[in-house]
Design a protein around this ligand. Structure first.
Ligand code: BDP
Length: 719
């Protein structure tokens, strides 16, 4: 009886645990990113690679060479199931690593000017049956190693390699918006990976894995702390922690930079203020630079957010951005450091419409920045919206170095539950033609310096990395980290090809599945644009946390924080007039664009409401009116997510069950939120348009009051 009783008690528990077990998936947790090195399943391919990669010659000994050897060992064991063999004999080796000063290289007929490779470039070539990796530095050889491994991971033939790679941009950087207490501003993948409390003594394995992943895609600089900087980062205790990170990252070719607070001389130096023209302030920064370089001889430099969103800056003393930036640049110059000075500024006491302000402040300073300063410009004139035109600063400062700043973390594109491949966004911005020096003056050419011979070229991405087991929360967030690095290295690569590589290395080798997933990725960002901010709408998100829609918000401390400032919906129509009749933001673009953007008929449809306030009855290129097209676009966004769900189901058998399940759940959230965005925005805009939802489209599930009542006090990543 007692036994039966026990069994009755246990039964639900047993049943419960077996039911739970159904939801536990063993397998890939995503930690290995795109560097999985699982055994190649195609036996003949594996056999071929085993032949071609039998033994390696790599001269010299250093921490970077150790990393190369370790990587080759991991890859050979994993991908080929073959123990790696290093040999001393160049003729006998199947793979030879040559630094360009190696005399044995003379025996090969390499018809290339190796000086062109610079300090980071490399050749990856097959000569007879040998594979040669040639570079001027070990860092170049490390990049070549990862390239070779990428060829193998993606199943590419090694018999006729003939690659010459030189990065197009000098500084390829991740900017972490991580606070010293491990909160990550706009971070959706858990706490910061930088454990400042335990540094310098406790050095997480993650730091090494992070460095390795970055090196594999060519990232060579990181800023571990938030642009909304804490002055404490420059105190000796923290500098020792920074040194520990720099020591770990160095052999991977990664330099550490720091975000600094402009008022540091006052805050931690005890000076009366931080006015950049004061000799004692200049001296303070010079001493600080010397102190840093004593600890970190290859320190990268400073990233500065000044006179923006409440941050201190030279403007506090009536000085210009150039005066502030140059003061820091001169302190770093003797040691080879650089300043990345952000152009994301908009002031509360300025009357000019927000999209005009960065240009108004910076263009008059063109040519006034020292040559170790780069002005770091967000891709669009407002703020990392799902779609923006290119920032008019690109092309308008020919005598300054301009760095591109992209956001990898999806602050405005659904956090870490929405699948939005940003390769297409980055390419759209880089390929945009500024027409500043005639047709073909693309943003990419401004950024890589080829249009104006900038002395310093850089691309920065605001990281989406945190302590989540898979680093980025959403597995597809890894693709955004990946594509950022690949494009910073070579902006001529295509978003589709990079997606292909990433899927192959991360998710599956199955050709049909790759095609499906690539298709999902390539249209995903447009889906987000459609269900959040179609046709050039922007800044419709809710306040503070920026989670979900808030087009009705009109009561914030500053006019230009309100979504109503940007969409200007009224009984007549929708959109902000940035033509000469309105804010005249179009005047900041080259004449080619001014002419096009002045007229809605010649304005790109996807940016119509960015530049024009149009009547609800305005006839769109489709022949339908604006209201219809708006509803249509919001619904296309939702339909896009539904399609992604179907496509994902179709690849189920080709994907690790754990990863499949995670993405499936996230797509479920994405669909719910896409509908939420659509319904909330349309219900709200309908109060102005006074038109019914056109036939064939669903009506919003609730009224505006309902959507307006939703509160999310604990949404992650708040500033
Ligand atoms: C905004 C973010 C804010 C950042 C700011 C910046 O909401 O958290 O501090 O950009 O780039 O988009 O400085």
């Amino acid at each position: 009886m007692k036994k039966l009783f026990m069994l009755l008690i246990m039964l639900p528990i047993l049943l419960g645990s077996s039911a739970m077990a159904q939801h536990r998936f063993s397998g890939e947790d995503g930690y290995r990113l795109w560097l999985k090195y699982d055994l190649i399943q195609d036996q003949s391919l594996r056999q071929q690679y085993r032949q071609q990669l039998q033994s390696f010659f790599i001269a010299s000994d250093s921490a970077t060479v150790d990393i190369i050897k370790h990587e080759l060992t991991l890859a050979s064991n994993g991908l080929l199931g073959q123990t790696v063999k290093f040999t001393d004999s160049v003729p006998k080796a199947s793979v030879v690593f040559f630094k360009s000063d190696n005399p044995q290289l003379a025996k090969y007929d390499i018809k290339q000017d190796l000086t062109q490779l610079g300090q980071e470039g490399y050749l990856l070539v097959t000569v007879a049956k040998q594979i040669l990796l040639i570079a001027n530095s070990e860092q170049g050889l490390l990049y070549a190693t990862f390239d070779l491994l990428r060829q193998i991971q993606t199943g590419t033939s090694l018999t006729q390699l003939n690659k010459k790679q030189v990065p197009k941009v000098q500084l390829r950087m991740l900017n972490h918006w991580d606070d010293l207490d491990r909160h990550t501003e706009r971070g959706y993948a858990g706490q910061s990976i930088f454990d400042w409390h335990k540094l310098p003594d406790y050095q997480e394995q993650r730091y090494y894995d992070y460095a390795r992943a970055n090196a594999s895609i060519g990232i060579n600089g990181i800023v571990p702390n938030n642009v909304n900087a804490n002055a404490l980062i420059l105190t000796p205790a923290y500098l020792h922690k920074v040194k520990a990170l720099a020591d770990i990252f160095r052999p991977y070719g990664i330099k550490v930079y720091l975000s600094v607070k402009f008022s540091s001389p006052h805050l931690i130096g005890g000076l009366e203020n931080s006015d950049p023209v004061k000799p004692e302030v200049q001296q303070w920064w010079q001493d600080k630079a010397a102190e840093i370089y004593q600890l970190i001889p290859d320190f990268g430099g400073f990233l500065v957010k000044a006179n923006s969103e409440g941050q201190p800056g030279p403007g506090d003393f009536g000085r210009t951005h150039a005066q502030g930036a140059n003061m820091l640049a001169r302190a770093l110059k003797p040691f080879g450091g650089n300043v990345l000075w952000r152009a994301f500024v908009y002031a509360h006491d300025t009357k000019a419409e927000r999209s005009l302000q960065a240009y108004n402040e910076f263009v008059p300073l063109d040519g006034k920045f020292d040559n170790n300063v780069s002005v770091q410009v967000k891709n669009g004139p407002i703020d990392f919206q799902p779609r923006e035109p290119f920032s008019p600063l690109f092309g308008a400062m020919p005598h300054s170095s301009l760095a591109m700043e992209f956001q990898i973390t999806q602050e405005y594109l659904g956090f870490s539950t929405h699948l939005a491949y940003l390769g297409t966004l980055y390419k759209e911005a880089l390929d945009a033609d500024t027409h500043s020096k005639g047709a073909g003056s693309t943003v990419a050419k401004v950024v890589d310096g080829s249009l104006s011979d900038s002395p310093l070229t850089a691309m920065a991405g605001v990281a989406n990395i945190g302590m989540d087991r898979n680093w980025t929360g959403h597995i597809f967030g890894q693709a955004n980290w990946y594509v950022f690095g690949r494009l910073a290295w070579d902006h001529d690569l295509s978003a589709a090809d990079i997606a292909d590589e990433w899927i192959n290395m991360t998710l599956t080798h199955n050709k049909n599945a790759i095609a499906q997933i690539k298709d999902m990725m390539m249209s995903s960002r447009e889906d987000v644009v459609n269900y959040m901010t179609p046709l050039g709408l922007h800044h419709l998100m809710d306040t503070g946390h920026h989670y979900g829609p808030g087009p009705w918000v009109d009561n914030l401390g500053r006019a230009d924080w309100n979504p109503t400032y940007y969409h200007r919906a009224d009984k007549q129509g929708l959109g902000i007039d940035r033509t000469a009749a309105g804010t005249n933001a179009i005047s900041q673009y080259a004449p080619f664009w001014q002419e096009k953007l002045a007229d809605p008929a010649t304005t790109p449809t996807e940016l119509l409401l960015w530049f024009h306030h149009l009547s609800w009855d305005y006839t769109m290129p489709s022949g339908k009116n604006l209201w219809y097209e708006l509803v249509h676009h919001y619904n296309m966004g939702v339909a896009g997510v539904e399609k992604m769900q179907q496509q994902w189901q179709s690849v189920k058998n080709q994907i690790d069950p754990n990863q499949f399940n995670q993405v499936e759940m996230a797509l479920g959230i994405q669909l719910k939120e896409a509908k939420w965005w659509r319904d909330a925005c349309l219900a709200y805009f309908q109060t102005f348009s006074q038109r019914p939802i056109p036939e064939g489209f669903p009506k919003p599930a609730h009224d505006v009051d309902y959507y307006q009542s939703l509160q999310f006090p604990y949404a992650p990543g708040q500033g």
